[in-house]
Write a protein that binds this ligand. Structure first.
Ligand code: FES
Length: 652
């Protein structure tokens, strides 16, 4: 062809186009991902491109600086009014004049990648449920009578190739003045729908709307509820916040909430009310933090464990309290915000990820979406540590899942000096193997207790207790320093040679901090503390070991620790305790709040919802409660690190 060659980067897509073809048109014809909200009218600037000039031997083109048209009036007007970044052009205005290489920057791609900070995971590809479309609507004509809404929908169909668009009554009620105010030019937010829901008009604004629409990724935990407000065009998190789950007043842990609903008529509904009210307050808070109207929140994704799932939906969790732990439904759900009394856009769609099994919820499905064990070549063990540990083991061949009742000890509960992770709580600790003396750090400061300046720490936060990750380190360090035997018994002062080991009833305790002179508590690790952690870690380990049995392996290639607790825990100490199977320390990574990340992926990429539904269908569920080997593993795993399992890598 004698027509100029157009090459787009980074896609590498190319084709020949007649002189005068707008870049946006060429991109569309080649299937290049170049955004546009205004449909090529020079208003939205979403179509910005960067033309390249010079030699491109790789592409076989040499580009002169007249390969694109000079700025036309529309582009010049845009430049005068708002200014384009140097080197950028509007793709809908610039036309092809000669061979050209054109780069589409990430901001101009609809399906841009939202970069995740960790190297081992994939970025999130944008594929939001709701997009903005600018349209010019035909004016009413007495000779061709038709409704304003019909003409608006027709404009969307013709100008944007959308089909079967619907509008709720609340849109119908407000559309007429908006159409007139905008001079028959409006921006429309359309929820693109899915297999079962047609596309739906969510908002109309007069003229071109500069703003965006938003979605919520919500991690509904039994202790805390965290919400991330995301811009559905850029994918950015614009505000995040969390609250304590107001259901805590009905019971600290899940089972006590299930029994509350069993003992009190209507108790489940009280808890449903509480969690929905709490959520609405949280949503108002993130919206105001981001400075947006709550009605601009058009989509929400929730991840939660099965009991929270049922209580949020208003389903009595009774069946989850007893074998065979039947869920009301394990499928993913797509509902309307109004059906759940959520105070966001009334027609906003709410998506709940599927549950894996009676004890393994949508939160575990979200972890699977975030960490993608099903796409991992090496065998990966993913543990989400909370009151229950959700455990996934798998690779591209198959994925197994179970949950194990670790109890709240890892969160600092049931520990004599335990407390939630908050300023003043001991979180890092080292014990000198010779002197047997500890040094530690508290949350809120990076000064060690044996360093100058610790007096200031005492004056500001105090030393108030020990948090979940702190107790793990303390016990592991005690074992390494020889203060503790493999069965978990603390030695006496004579046996250990340190006066820090004090008699405490029939057992001994180890004194970490005696601040009683300053009025702060005596912080010790007692034998019952060690028992509680032994139970919790044995539950975690046996769950993982059971999955390894089922997989037919004795080792795993890598371990991912998820959850807020997983983010703080030290891999070395976890392994000294035998919480997780033996594995090179460098292969143990923390994923942070992977369930929350999974919710964000499902929010920003609607395609990923179908993917995770399919993955969950294929995950093999193991019920620990009915597996005899679980008990066997549990008994062995109470020893530190383990009675029979070798930890060769740890010991080397
Ligand atoms: Fe909107 Fe080019 S497509 S400015």
């Amino acid at each position: 062809s004698t027509d100029p060659l157009v090459v787009f980067t980074p896609s590498g897509k190319r084709g020949h186009f007649p002189v005068g073809t707008p870049v946006l048109t060429a991109a569309r014809q080649l299937g290049v991902d170049l955004d546009s909200v205004c449909g090529g009218r020079g208003i939205c600037s979403k179509c910005q491109i960067t033309p390249s000039y010079g030699e491109f031997p790789k592409h076989g083109v040499s580009v002169t600086d007249d390969a694109l048209s000079l700025w036309n009036k529309v582009e010049q007007r845009y430049q005068d009014k708002r200014g384009l970044t140097a080197g950028r052009r509007l793709g809908c205005q610039a036309t092809v004049q000669g061979d050209i290489v054109i780069d589409v920057p990430p901001e101009s791609q609809v399906h841009k990648q939202v970069v995740r900070k960790r190297a081992e995971v994939r970025d999130i590809e944008m594929n939001p449920s709701t997009r903005l479309f600018y349209v010019e609507v035909e004016q009413p004509d007495m000779h061709k009578p038709s409704g304003d809404m019909e003409r608006l929908i027709e404009a969307l169909e013709v100008q944007w190739s959308l089909q079967n668009i619907q509008a709720d009554f609340h849109i119908l009620r407000t559309a007429q003045p908006i159409l007139r105010k905008g001079g028959w030019k409006v921006t429309v937010a359309v929820h693109l729908g899915d297999d079962t829901h047609p596309p739906k008009i969510m908002h109309i604004w007069p003229g071109f709307f500069e703003g965006s629409v938003y979605g919520l990724a919500v991690d509904l935990g039994s202790t805390t509820i965290a919400a991330h407000l995301c811009d559905l065009q850029s994918g950015e998190v614009v505000a995040s916040s969390g609250i304590m789950n107001p259901q805590i007043r009905f019971g600290e842990d899940l089972m006590s909430r299930v029994s509350y609903s069993m003992m009190n008529k209507g108790g489940d509904l009280e808890m449903t009310r509480a969690v929905r009210d709490g959520m609405n307050a949280l949503f108002a808070q993130v919206a105001s933090e981001a400075g947006i109207d709550k009605a601009l929140i058009v989509d929400a994704v929730f991840v939660c464990n099965p009991v929270m799932h049922h209580l949020f939906l208003g389903i009595d969790p009774f069946e989850l309290g007893q074998a065979p732990f039947a869920l009301a439904t394990s499928n993913a759900l797509s509902l309307r915000a109004a059906e759940l009394e959520l105070d966001i856009h009334p027609a906003a769609r709410v998506y709940l990820l599927p549950c894996i099994a009676g004890h393994v919820g949508a939160d575990a499905a979200a972890v699977a979406l975030s960490e993608a064990p099903d796409k991992s070549k090496d065998l990966v063990l993913v543990v989400d540590v909370g009151t229950n540990a959700e455990i996934l083991l798998g690779n591209t061949d198959k994925v197994l899942a179970c949950s194990s009742p670790t109890g709240p000890a890892f969160e600092g509960a049931q520990i004599s000096s335990g407390q939630r992770a908050a300023p003043g709580a001991i979180e890092r600790i080292e014990i000198n193997p010779v002197t047997k003396d500890p040094r530690f750090q508290v949350i809120g400061s990076d000064v060690w207790s044996d360093q100058d300046g610790f007096a200031e720490v005492i004056a500001t936060t105090g030393v108030t207790g020990i948090c979940g990750s702190g107790i793990i380190e303390a016990i592991a360090e005690m074992r390494l320093a020889g203060l503790l035997d493999a069965s978990g018994l603390i030695g006496s002062a004579e046996q250990t040679g340190t006066p820090r080991c004090i008699a405490d009833g029939r057992t001994n305790s180890y004194v970490i901090w005696d601040g009683t002179a300053e009025g702060s508590p005596l912080i010790t690790v007692t034998n019952p503390d060690i028992r509680a952690i032994q139970m919790a870690k044995a539950a975690l380990y046996s769950g993982a070991r059971l999955l390894m049995d089922k997989f037919g392996v004795d080792t795993v290639d890598r371990v991912v620790l998820a959850g807020a607790f997983g983010a703080h825990i030290s891999a070395k100490h976890a392994m000294v305790l035998g919480m997780i199977p033996d594995c090179p320390l460098a292969k143990v990574t923390s994923a942070g709040n992977a369930a929350g990340t999974g919710a964000r992926i499902a929010l920003l990429n609607t395609k990923s919802r179908r993917e995770i539904e399919e993955t969950v269908r294929q995950i093999e569920k193991i019920e620990t409660a009915v597996e005899p080997r679980f008990q066997e593993h549990f008994v062995n795993a109470s020893a530190i690190p383990n009675a029979i399992e070798p930890f060769p890598i740890l010991n080397s």
